[in-house]
Ligand binder design. Sequence first.
Ligand code: FAD
Length: 486
Amino acid sequence: MTTLLWFRRDLRLADNPALDAAVAIGRPVIPVYICDDADADAGEWSPGGASRWWLHGSLSALSSAIEACGNRLILKTGPAEAVINELLSETGATNVFWNRRYEPWATRRDEKIKTALKGKGIEARSFNAGLLREPWAVTTQKGEPYKVFTPFWKALRTSGEPDQPRPAPQRIPAPNDFAESDGLNSWGLLPTRPDWAGGLRDTWIPGEQAAHSRLHDFTEGAVFEYQDKRNLPGLSGTSRLSAHLHFGEIGPRQIWHAVVASALAQTGSPMPRGVETYLSEIAWREFSYHLLFHFPELPFKPLRAEFSNFPWANDPDALSAWQRGATGYPIVDAGMRELWTTGWMHNRVRMIVASFLIKDLLIDWQTGEEWFWDTLVDADLASNAASWQWVAGCGADAAPYFRVFNPTIQGTKFDPDGSYVRKWVPEISKVPDRLIHAPWTAKPIELADAGIKLGRDYPAPIVDHSMARNRALEKYKLLKAGNTDE
Ligand code: FAD
């Protein structure tokens, strides 16, 4: 009656239904994490560099937490099915429990594993740890998947309160002998030559405890001002829980109940405006999973078929300028440098840089999606793909094609004092506020006073936004007319 407990994107002990079920049996539990990169087959995304850095920290934290409960996390590498079979023969375990994942490759694989285990008389059970409602649990009245966010969110809200989160077990019964485990360091998840992770280390603490401390700080204050401050990248107006959520160090049920309880205690209402807006963002994550599950081609194929013929440009120099944060548009460059340094970027700025890549540079959204995949600590197949398709205008309930973010106006509106730009693009920090988002409009004397020369200390814009906007709109119009030959 030993249970194999397979950790995946649920790297926590509290509100972990698979763990609870394993402990409830009252027999030994073997917690295992499998480095299953081999299963995320080509085109379907094994973790990028920043995610691998986070994973190392998260597994290290989980391992310590499991030891404090009297057990040990076993680390194994290889295709998951083979590893599980080996562990079953080695330990004589009779049950395998896990929490579900929703990536197309993972659902296919897990289904196969479950069927094979059941065929061998092994009890294989899976649970929901990662979503408020699983993708098949919310449907339209016709029983179809939602393609528009607002009715999806309405249906989610009226589907009842999410279950109350459960506390972590105090003890996890251990077997007499522990199975062989890889050493975490041997997985090489941390970059060494070169070690580019200094900015990540300075910014983040992976793990369940750190996730709760971030949630606690957020629910005590910023959540009540979320409505007003969430779009201002120069402030800490958002929860910064995305990577913790992606790795399952915290779950959405825990977040939901924590913010509602705090709102009740502080305002007497369970859902004042900021809280409701915040929970609707958690619902965007749910919607992304809903889309990925029902439209498994989301990461690599536009949901609107006509976009398959879009005449994207192949411009390696422009792409490199975007990636390095050297486009000459301060808000774009600030975002790309924040991403490169910390592995995270503010949501408003993600939209601006994505629009710039797709519409100003006419570079394919999938190229941007891949760059984010490698550089974001919160890189998430569902949210990343859905968001890129949203900006490109080719996804479900996407931004209309004629919405082209003007980086200067966006900068002026959402970073009015330039504090965000000054932090990440320090070479223009002395440019006055009124010019900080458009330094190319400054007089030479003003630039000289700020100690810069465009083209030497900071690039001139690599593309003229008005021209680029018109060019993009022309191409989008041709696409709508079904004609992309020019
Ligand atoms: P908060 O504002 O505090 O929101 C709370 C949580 O809600 C987030 O942690 C996240 O889990 C969820 N959330 C918020 N906005 C969205 C959204 N638009 N779509 C889906 N979930 C959302 N988010 C990722 O988690 N992984 C990604 O790979 C990712 N790629 C993106 C790519 C682009 C081009 C864009 C425009 C957005 C992307 N997002 C992604 C969504 C969003 O930018 C981040 O979730 C958010 O910035 C994370 O910061 P936060 O935790 O402070 O968010």
